[in-house]
Design a protein around this ligand. Structure first.
Ligand code: GLN
Length: 388
């Protein structure tokens, strides 16, 4: 047989989703793949409960009109600028499709794309699938700062775009306004695009605040703002995401999207409008809920004596497990699932650099699930005795 294509051979399956399978095998509490175990808002479920009132055929390829209108209005409130639902939005199957669609719309094979490391693992595969060459800029633990010169070097070296995950998965970093202004200045100076992944835009812990880079002067025209409804409305399985960008960029992205997937699920777009129409208090409540989960979980980790970097946003925490003496962090995570009963993601799947002492846990879970996980984690030190 002739060999299969080289693109798919160039990356492995997702380690995040592989860890979900490991959790199932050992019946571990899944704190690896980040998704909630609590219900979406009632308003969305009520719409789903009346299926005969939902559309069951294709929506317009770039998104149902009422979904785009509700999204444009909601994002206008948060992003601070008007968005034309007819020309500046494409609705995608999750932000996963939004990101690959953005990359395919702006990159030719051989183009360079700057990526902060650690990074959400999809970006590496997105780069390979679109033929782009990633150039990595380290975010240095524990605070995940970056060096302005290293960023400028990436642009000077010809990076056509920067991928910006803010709030950041897995580090929990929330880029400050000053950092974003610096990125914006360089993107404008070197005429580069910015592709954002802002799926955690509403999960930013006080005193930090989320700044949309598209809202900074000169950035609207060069930013492809990608996000989704998955985290904001606890509907990760509905696969509803989008790109917001100026009309000329959206024209290209709509074509790519049309031939990739035709469209996001029509009945789910219709039901999700109920989420987009929720009043402003909803987002305050969401954040309050996540702040409580974060405090509960981080206090638990402190009691157990595990060192970590406190996340400023999103719902992940990187825990330093160097004390356990493992050389292979994947092996550590398998042992953790098997012997302690908690699923984590090995840090090495997020870092370009050689890092094997961090694991990522997420806390998008109900209080009882988090308490169960913390109870189990109390026995974590037994793995050290075994490995030592
Ligand atoms: N964003 C989630 C995570 O990092 C998972 C998303 C996914 O699996 N598509 O765990």
């Amino acid at each position: 047989m002739r060999p299969l294509g080289s693109r798919a051979a160039a990356f492995s399956d997702s380690v995040i989703r592989r860890m979900t399978r490991v959790c199932q095998q050992y019946n571990a509490v899944n704190l690896s793949q980040g998704f909630p175990d609590f219900d979406p808002p009632r308003e969305l479920l009520d719409r789903l409960a009346r299926p005969l009132e939902l559309p069951h055929q294709y929506s317009i390829t770039w998104g149902a009109k009422n979904f785009r209108e509700a999204l444009a209005e909601k994002q206008r409130r948060f992003m601070g600028f008007p968005i034309d639902p007819e020309r500046e939005i494409v609705v995608t199957c999750g932000s996963t499709e939004a990101m690959i669609c953005a990359m395919l719309s702006i990159c030719d094979p051989g183009d360079k794309v700057a990526v902060f490391s650690p990074f959400y693992e999809n970006y590496g595969a997105d780069a390979i699938l679109s033929g782009a060459e990633p150039v990595y800029i380290p975010l240095r633990p524990p605070m995940f700062d970056f060096d302005a010169d290293e960023l400028e070097d990436a642009f000077r070296g010809g990076a056509k775009a920067l991928i910006l995950c803010n709030p950041s998965n897995p580090s929990g970093k929330v880029f400050t306004r000053e950092e974003l202004e610096l990125i914006a200045r360089l993107a404008i100076q070197y005429d580069a695009y910015v592709v954002t992944d802002e799926v955690y835009e509403h999960i930013v812990y006080a005193p930090r605040k989320h700044t949309y880079i598209a809202s900074l002067p000169g950035m609207r025209e060069r930013t492809l703002s990608c996000s989704s409804l998955s985290k904001t409305y606890s509907i990760t399985g509905w696969r509803l995401g989008y790109i917001i960008a100026p009309p000329d960029i959206i024209d290209a992205a709509r074509k790519v999207h049309d031939f990739l997937t035709v469209g996001a699920a029509a009945p789910l777009q219709e039901a999700a409008v109920a989420g987009l129409l929720l009043p402003p208090e909803y987002y305050g409540d969401l954040l309050r809920g996540y702040t409580e989960k974060r405090d509960l979980f981080l206090n638990g980790l402190r009691r157990i004596g595990l060192p970590f970097t406190e996340p400023q946003g999103a719902y992940y925490v990187l825990v330093d497990v160097s004390a356990f003496g493992y050389v292979d962090d994947f092996e550590f995570c398998v042992d953790l699932a098997k012997s302690v009963g908690v699923g984590a993601v090995p840090g090495s799947s997020f870092f370009r650099e050689d890092v094997n002492h961090l694991i990522r846990l997420h806390f998008a879970k109900s209080e009882s699930t988090l308490n169960d996980a913390l109870n189990r984690l109390q026995s974590i030190w037994e793995i050290r005795e075994k490995s030592g």
